[in-house]
Every structure is written in C-alpha cells, then in structure tokens.
Design a protein around this ligand. Structure first.
Ligand code: SAM
Length: 231
C-alpha cells in the first residue's frame, strides 16, 4: 500500500469521500488516504491528524515526498482537536481503529464537528457502538459496506446528519448490511454465533453465580437475535 495504491479497506473509505471535500483524516498514520484523495482530485484539501509522534512524523514525511504541503496540513493532536474552525472541514474519516476508540474520539471534541456533514468511519471491531453513538447524536447511516482483506473483515459506515430508527438487530448487524446479506456478512455472523455457543458450552460447567447467569442470558439473547435476523 502507498499513496497511489491504497489497501482494499482504505479504498472503500475513499470511495465515500465526496468530490471537492475538505477532509480531516483522524489517526492518519502514514497519511496515505489524504494523499491519495488529493492526487485523485477528490478532496480539495485535507488535515491529517495524528496523536503519536512516530506516525505524525511519517505523515509529515509522506506529505512532503508527495509534494502536497500546500494541500495537506499535518497536525499532531488528540482526535478531532486536529481540526480548527478556519479549516471549514466538511468530511471526517477515522479508519483502522476499534469502534469504542472511534466513538471516544467523536465524543471528546464534539464542537470540532460543527461544519462537518459527512463522517466515514471504519471500525475494525464493534461497529455497534458507532451506530449507538449515531442514534444518540443526530447522525443517520447513509451507507454501510462490509469487506474482507487478508482474512480480516472490516465495516465502513457512512453517516450524514439526520435522524434514523434502527431495531436492536440492525444496531448490532447494520441495517444495510443485513438487507444486502453478502457472503462475507453471513460468514462473519455465523462465526460469531459459533464463538458465543462455544463460550456458552464452556460456562455450562461453571457454578451458577449471578455473574455467570447474566453472561449466559446475554449470550443466549445475542445468539437468538442473530439467528433470527439471518433466518
Ligand atoms: N487510518 C490509518 C489506516 O486506516 O490505515 C491508520 C490506522 S492505525 C491502525 C491507527 C492510528 O490512529 C495510529 O497511527 C494511532 O497513532 C492513531 N490514533 C489513535 N488514537 C488517536 C487519537 N486519539 N487521535 C489521533 N490519532 C490517533
């Protein structure tokens, strides 16, 4: 992967960036995504935010090497603190982290989202918490994709401002993903159900403490929720 050729995962994120976007890529690491989007003429300008020194320096180097310093500002900052009001950012990408970390980034500096109309979020795990955050914070899912790369399954969630209604199963699985039911989606959730069933079997022998009972009830609930949704 480089700034010309993205991974399939980052290409799926890039696909949802609107032409002319003013982008903030948070947790940009090597800054491949903003460099790619500027080279392709998709983003007009970008901020690449990084909280860790090593990846920040790597982003700075990459932007210099690609001769994009006029179009991409690299800032060392925690999450959305990389965005300044005068940037007039309208699109934010956060990719390659767990859902809970993405949500904590969104919650820490909510004011930075003032001018933002689109969020493209790519959680490696626990996409559910992002859907819960969106429901509570006035964001609606415009699109969702699921993909597999190097034997790992990723989801990309595209959010615009607005209200939405989701069932419990749709919060867990994704409304569009459930409607599309691709092979990757069915395999992912069949594997999850099998894992939960294994855990259930292993705790069957444990003493029936309140904690074990609660875990058992939770797992049984999740298993039936997913099995009914997939039926
Ligand atoms: N976004 C790139 C991608 O998808 O390939 C890089 C993903 S890398 C696994 C996650 C990056 O997020 C790391 O470089 C890490 O330093 C950065 N990161 C983690 N928490 C962050 C935060 N609160 N603010 C900014 N960057 C953060």
């Amino acid at each position: 992967m480089n700034a010309q050729k993205l991974s399939k995962r980052l290409e799926s994120v890039a696909f949802f960036v609107p032409t002319g976007a003013v982008l903030a890529d948070i947790g940009s690491d090597h800054a491949y995504l903003p460099c790619y989007l500027i080279h392709k003429g998709i983003a007009a300008r970008a901020v690449a935010g990084e909280v860790v020194k090593g990846p920040y320096e790597s982003a700075v180097r990459q932007v210099r090497t690609e001769e994009l310093t006029e179009k991409i500002i690299v800032r060392m900052a925690d999450g959305l603190a990389a965005i300044e009001e005068s940037d007039r950012v309208d699109t934010v990408t956060i990719a390659g982290m767990g859902g809970p970390l993405i949500v904590s980034i969104l919650e820490k500096h909510p004011g930075a989202l003032k001018s933002v109309t689109r969020l493209i979020l790519q959680p490696n795990i626990h996409a559910k918490v992002i859907r819960e955050w969106a429901l509570k914070n006035g964001w609606a899912l415009q699109d969702e994709v699921i993909l597999e790369e190097d034997e790992k399954v990723y989801e990309v969630l595209v959010l615009q401002r607005g209200a939405m209604a989701l069932t419990e199963a749709e919060i867990l699985l994704g409304k569009q993903l459930l409607a599309n039911r691709t092979n990757i989606f069915v395999q992912k959730w069949s594997r999850e159900v099998a894992n939960w069933q294994r855990v259930l079997t292993s705790i069957e022998k444990a003493d029936a403490t309140a904690e074990i009972e609660a875990k058992r009830a939770e797992l049984n609930h999740l298993i039936s929720l997913v099995q009914e949704a997939l039926a």
